[in-house]
Design a protein around this ligand. Structure first.
Ligand code: NAI
Length: 305
């Protein structure tokens, strides 16, 4: 099939068809809205039916049509079936946003193998399944753009996030390697690497897994960094990056600064991160000993209510 080129001046997203995994919440939801507003027909593919349906019903009319599909990205057969179904129905698939993900956090000694396996299954294998299903189809079409959501944790060290960072570094490596393969054959590949984004993910670290101190306090810790980057702003940055066919879409600016530091001053970056880990460890130890001292204090005379 011939490559689908946009007419000069036409919106690169109008009349296109996209699958957004994890489109039922947070960044995926914002991508769905942004794409639909630009005239893309969007399939929200999410394990959470209620979330997907609620996003679909809230998308304002007048843009591209939005539909939903219940999908667990860990299920390779289901991902492949959805990709083929959507392409058959629309005659093509222009974009797949492999975005579904979960957060897993904690010190490595606190984490079970379930923590490692869960995050690798969803955040890495989920992306592999999307690529494995969509890439051959896009090669046959002669066009298409695969957009994988990685993270700033895929570019810089992530203490207390080792399994998550491992999965995200792998998604960056996968995306850049596939980009090099697909470039001369009409298929584009980008990886999205945001810093902290204000989404429900920060409040559900280690879902259905033993909780860790960092996991329980992730949202508060992220907020200590100041006003968080909003998902709608990220979605606009992603669409701009996709339109410009960027290899890595790193945003916001603070994430680009951290990424540059890690590339150009890796020794300094590692020393700063180690100092941060040490400071955080000291704070936790101080809070624990204050709690122990309080618990050991003899309690005063009982007060009547
Ligand atoms: P979120 O929790 O708001 O949304 C994630 C969506 O993925 C949910 O709708 C959830 O139901 C869905 N999902 C989870 N497991 C799934 C599975 N097995 N199959 C299909 N759908 C599944 O999270 P958020 O923040 O929007 O995250 C989206 C992506 O962005 C993830 O890959 C995350 O790792 C990444 N990211 C998030 C950052 C943040 O600070 N929020 C920063 C950098 C990257």
């Amino acid at each position: 099939m011939a490559a689908a080129a946009s007419a000069p001046g036409a919106d690169a997203f109008a009349g296109r068809i996209a699958i957004v995994t994890g489109g039922g919440s947070g960044i995926g939801e914002a991508l769905v809205r942004a794409l639909a507003a630009r005239g893309t027909a969007v399939v929200i593919a999410d394990i959470d039916r209620a979330g997907a349906e609620s996003v679909a019903s809230s998308v304002t009319a007048g843009g591209g049509p939005v539909s939903t599909a219940v999908l667990d990205v860990r299920d390779a057969g289901a991902v492949s079936a959805l990709v083929n179904e959507v392409a058959a129905e629309h005659g093509k698939l222009d974009f797949i946003f492999n975005n579904a993900g979960i957060a897993v956090g904690g010190l490595v000694e606190e984490l079970t193998l379930d923590h490692w396996n869960r995050v690798l299954d969803v955040n890495l294998r989920g992306v592999v399944h999307g690529v494995h299903a969509a890439y051959p189809l896009m090669l046959r079409q002669g066009h298409g753009h695969i957009v994988n959501t990685a993270s700033l944790a895929g570019l810089v060290p992530g203490p207390s996030l080792a399994p998550y960072a491992a999965a995200k570094h792998a998604v960056v490596g996968l995306s850049l390697s596939l980009r090099a393969e697909g470039a001369s054959r009409g298929v584009k590949v980008s990886a999205v690497c945001p810093g902290f984004v204000d989404t429900p993910l920060l409040g559900r670290v280690n879902p259905d897994l033993p909780q860790t101190e960092i996991g329980a306090n992730a949202a508060a810790l992220a907020r200590q960094l100041g006003r968080l980057y909003q998902a709608d702003a990220l979605a606009q940055d992603v669409l701009r990056g996709v339109q410009q066919n960027k290899a890595l879409i790193v945003a916001p600016r603070s994430a680009r600064v951290a990424w540059r530091m890690a590339r150009y001053a890796p020794g300094f970056t590692m020393r700063s991160i180690i100092s941060g880990v040490r400071r955080q460890g000291a704070q936790v130890a101080a809070a624990e000993s204050a709690q122990e001292a309080q618990a050991a204090e003899p309690s005063g005379p009982a007060k009547s209510p």
